[in-house]
Design a protein around this ligand. Structure first.
Ligand SMILES: Nc1ncnc2c1ncn2[C@@H]1O[C@H](COP(=O)(O)OP(=O)(O)O)[C@@H](O)[C@H]1O
Ligand SMILES: [Mg+2]
Length: 600
């Protein structure tokens, strides 16, 4: 047999098989290159789930005309030069393979300019062949368009999944990169419609909120750990929000996403006994180590890494998650109305500037529980592992009735219902004062309503409002269209408009109809609707009701009058379970006369 060195274009095509598996791989590589080039803004434009177009535009360093041609050569990289550099990698790329691989299996147009050059240049490539180089005017930065992916490999093209699946992969890759650089702006559009517009965020928490919605972000608690070899920062989901879907589980090492079934086990072990079988909590875990401690060069896509001591990292992950879960007892709240309050700084070079308290802490609002500060001996109420009801079990036989009895008099003048700081309702109760947490009361009330509507063939009353038009993208439109019946039942009046827009004409009673809030609500609804993980009868309804309730509780406007406060109280007290939210947080507390006496 003749031994031959493969021609460059064939070698590139083979390499492309590993690096470019599907459109999403191209998105990943190009976005990473933009970030590596120091871009402050990265825009990703997709056509037909990446089959026809994947374009990434950045305002990074750009390339000189020479480099613009050279970058398509295999092993052409500006990121490492010596073997030692391989120990110190802080960029995403370093193998110099991505552009060569992409150009082997697509038609590529690269337009780029550096600040030092007056004009830019445009390089065209197709199937590893250089087609042309022309001088063009261009802004500083790089604009690379990849067209007709796998045009020269029909077998590969045939193996692509449906448009929806391929686009979902793209969103996943986009998300992973966006989660590593909150300080960078990213946008993603599909067939001309905006899917994500992520402005530079002050902290990871904001970025997570922009990407996942307040409902996911609001259920996270902080994790942190420091050892001499590894530091860990991040967030883990409250156990009660664990879901059957996989999707919000992320590990990052030195600012790079990686996959790790092994470390996933560490997280799952920390949740043992706290979550039901078959569900997975959300987590966003950011590890930082000396670059020499970890090998990121074990797979062409660099999606897996090898630590010098895997079991140590396992321990760190396990212990920090476990500690946080134990400390918080899931009763503490992250106050997402003020994400600054427990800011997690951006990663990378700022990482070490962030010195958290040795104990990971949840951000408990200082005004959280008025009794805590009045009666320090009662201890930090929200942090007790088991919820201690304000009304001891057994004290009453029929609890529902007794909540009614708490009122001295059902015809209490409305003037005796006070709203404290927009957060609490205070009202005289039998032998004392009752304080109700407004947001949590809404959670309970909206949950009951939604569940009743979904299971008892009912309808949630609708509050009409000034119609609000929201652009949701074509994917979003499809979701809204397919779930319109269920939305109607839940009290939403949403009608289609054009190709990618919906009009919200009515929202469930208790939701805000304010333009800005409706827009955020629609984004969150999209997330809820796209989660098709729970299809079990019964589970679907309660899970949907729960999400709608959280959404409503976070989107509603302030109570504007004692009358409204009273209506909320009445609704709460007629619930079967008025004292707890669905996730087990208490909605109310009573300050007894005896406790008041002790004050003096
Ligand atoms: N968006 C970009 N802006 C500036 N330079 C880029 C960009 N994309 C690629 N390059 C240059 O092209 C080189 C090759 O890119 P690539 O094939 O992805 O390899 P790697 O990222 O591993 O170095 C990079 O090292 C970089 O110098
Ligand atoms: Mg690269």
């Amino acid at each position: 047999m003749d031994l031959k060195i493969l021609p460059g274009n064939i070698a590139n095509m083979i390499a492309a098989g590993e690096v470019v598996q599907r459109p999403a791989s191209v998105v990943k590589e190009l976005m990473e290159n933009s970030v590596d080039a120091g871009a402050g803004q990265v825009s990703v434009l997709i056509g037909d789930s990446g089959r026809t177009l994947i374009q990434v535009i950045d305002d990074g360093s750009g390339m000189t005309p020479d480099d613009a041609v050279l970058c398509f050569e295999r092993h052409a990289t500006s990121k490492i030069a010596t073997a030692e550099d391989l120990q110190e990698i802080l960029t995403f790329g370093f193998r110099g393979e991505a552009l060569a691989s992409i150009a082997a299996v697509a038609e590529v147009t690269l337009k780029t300019r550096t600040a030092a050059n007056e004009t830019g240049c445009q390089v065209e490539m197709a199937g590893s062949q250089h087609v042309s180089t022309t001088e063009v005017s261009a802004p500083v930065g790089t604009n690379i368009a990849v067209r007709n992916l796998f045009y020269n490999i029909p077998a590969r093209r045939k193996f692509l999944k449906s448009d929806n699946v391929e686009f979902k992969h793209i969103v996943e890759e986009f998300t992973k990169v966006a989660l590593t650089r909150p300080e960078t702006g990213f946008s993603l559009s599909h067939n001309g419609k905006d899917i994500f517009v992520l402005r530079p965020a002050k902290s990871l928490k904001y970025r997570i909120m922009d990407l996942m919605g307040t409902s996911v972000a609001g259920d996270l608690v902080d994790i942190a750990a420091d050892t001499s070899l590894v530091s860990l920062r991040g967030f883990a989901g409250r156990p009660d929000t664990a879901r059957k879907t996989l999707g919000n589980q992320f590990f990052f090492i030195n600012g790079r996403y990686f996959r790790s079934p092994y470390l996933h086990k560490a997280v799952m072990r920390a949740y043992e006994g706290l979550i039901a079988e078959g569900v997975t909590p959300s987590y966003f875990i950011y590890l930082e180590t000396d670059p020499g401690y970890v090998d990121v060069n074990i797979s062409p896509t660099k999606s897996e890494v090898k630590f010098e001591d895997d079991s140590l990292v396992f321990q760190v992950v396990y212990a920090s998650v476990k500690e946080t879960l134990g400390k918080n007892s899931f009763a503490g709240d992250i106050d997402f109305s003020n994400p600054e309050a427990n800011n997690m700084p951006v990663l990378g070079r700022h990482f070490n500037e962030y010195k958290p308290d040795t104990a990971p802490q949840v951000n408990v609002d200082p005004g959280y529980d008025p009794f805590e500060s009045i009666f320090p001996e009662s201890g930090p109420a929200p942090k007790q592992p088991d919820f201690v009801p304000s009304f001891r079990p057994g004290q009453y036989t029929d609890r529902r009735d007794d909540y009614g009895k708490l009122f001295e008099d059902k015809t209490l003048p409305i003037s005796q219902t006070l709203i404290l700081g927009g957060k609490y309702i205070i009202t005289p109760a039998k032998d004392g004062l009752m304080v109700v947490n407004i947001r949590r009361a809404w959670e309970r009330v909206l949950y009951d309503r939604a569940l009743a509507a979904l299971t008892k063939d009912g309808h949630v009353t609708q509050a009409n409002m000034f119609p609000v038009k929201v652009q949701v993208g074509t994917v979003g439109r499809l979701l809204f269209d397919s779930k319109s019946a269920i939305l109607q039942t839940l009290g939403f009046d949403i009608s289609p408009f054009g190709e990618d827009t919906i009009v919200v004409n009515g929202v469930p009673e208790g939701f805000s109809g304010e333009q800005g809030k409706v827009e955020t609500m629609v984004q969150d609804l999209l997330l809820i609707l796209s989660d098709d993980s729970v299809s079990l009868p019964g589970v679907m309804e309660s899970s949907m009701a729960e999400k709608i309730a959280l959404l409503g509780a976070s989107s509603r406007g302030d109570l504007s009058s004692p009358m409204e406060a009273r209506a909320l109280l009445d609704a709460l007290l007629s619930s079967d379970n008025p004292e707890l939210t669905i996730s087990g947080k208490k909605t109310m507390a009573v300050l007894s006369s005896a406790q008041i006496d002790k004050l003096f």
